[in-house]
Design a protein around this ligand. Sequence first.
Ligand code: SAM
Length: 218
Amino acid sequence: MSSQIEINSNLVKYLALNGYRPDPIIDALVKETKSLGAVAQMQIAPEQGQFLEIIVKLFKAKQCLEVGRFTGLSSLCIARGLSQDGRIIAIDNSDEFLPLAKKYWKKAGVQHKIESVIGQGVDVMQSYIDRQFFFDLIFIDADKNNYPNYYELSLQLLPTNGLMMIDNMLWGGNVADISDINQQTETIRKLNNNILKDNRVEFSLLPLADGISFIRKK
Ligand SMILES: C[S@@+](CC[C@H](N)C(=O)[O-])C[C@H]1O[C@@H](n2cnc3c(N)ncnc32)[C@H](O)[C@@H]1O
């Protein structure tokens, strides 16, 4: 039986060169986001973006929802994976980086597939439940303390076979450090454990970048 290999710094360098195909638009968005300073660490890894695009294509998703847009890399990649009649609604509680996101959505020619909604993730998701508006794919990448809420709301917004992907589920490796009892770490650790035991779903916890939980609603 093969087991999970350890990702050391050598392997990280290897993955940077061989696990992501350079893309001029993604690379420019990453560069401009980096120039914003410390907030740039919120951006998904480009290799996660390319993974999202492939999944959306394979899954033939039509209606996608994202919680946590920031400078728009994940929405751009999801939109790239969508067919011309596919849509993604990108929620964020701040409009601060929306102009930057829109600039790159336009450069990538996907702006017509992305609807931006400014609001609290929980409230906006609840409003879709109230209006009986459903999604076939949901990507969660916002405030970690609300992750359990986003998980439960997503289960109400997805049909059977719907797909949920949650970023940062390894939380810099801190989930495995039992001495780390920081609230965000505890929340993610508990959610991983709940997903493990949740008979409503099938899942795979993938160690891609900061970890993506890949969840199918049964
Ligand atoms: C990790 S970043 C998202 C990164 C993005 N997916 C990307 O590809 O670059 C998290 C985002 O969630 C937003 N956020 C934080 N709390 C939120 C909330 N309660 N509701 C909606 N968005 C929230 C932040 O404003 C931030 O832009």
